[in-house]
Design a protein around this ligand. Sequence first.
Ligand SMILES: [Zn+2]
Length: 271
Amino acid sequence: MLIDTHCHLDFDRFDDDRDAVLRRAEEADVRRIIVPAIELENCQDVLDLASKYSGVYAAVGVHPNSTSAWETSWLNEVQRFANHPKVVAIGEIGIDYYWDDSPKEIQHQSFSAQLNLAADLDLPVIIHNREAGEDVIRLLAKSRLAGGERPGVLHSFSADWHIAEAALEMGFYIGITGPVTFKKADDLRDTVAKLPLNRILVETDAPFLAPQPRRGKRNEPSYVTFVAEQIALLHDLSIEEISEITTTNARRLFGQLQLDRVNPDGVGAYD
Ligand SMILES: [Zn+2]
């Protein structure tokens, strides 16, 4: 079985066929999905999905591109949402210099504040980094998460090897998405081939970043199999082996995800 550790299942692009998407996930043996929030406005949507579907888990937090009006009181809101029993992380949070939707200082402030909150709540973080690797590493190193047992994941990793290396040294995991399958992604494949197996997670970031065979289409959790296949190739392992390894990694980072309850008596993962 596989776990899609990052999917925006609450986005309206899934409104027409969410149950069918989850049925296809289950058919592909993708039995757990973690859905991160991107702003205060969708935290409740994410929690509603986690309440509705047994195999869906949630992360709550404010994405860097949603921080332009950041106020410290938002932290209390995130903390309140984090009380939900199926919240397994604070996220997605981070820094994004590509879109430049929010001033640098505010991005740094909101990121650090949410890193602190995660440490207070003993939750890992899901980190978004776009063209901000050096500053992400600098702020992570200053946080109480660095060096901890389960600090978090650099999601949809696309940075250089030295950023991966610095994150790994602090105990972080590296999340791999569809671009690892793209024709021109040799640099990313070189990085993934060097990652220690016990720190790799698979994810879709759906509806974005569909892997090569589906490139340009809407992504969905069942397609995480293409990501796993590519990583298996790079590490000279079978798809079964990479599935077991990445699932074990996800459970170590995010908690047990109630995998003992998968198919107890023929009940589906998303019933
Ligand atoms: Zn995302």
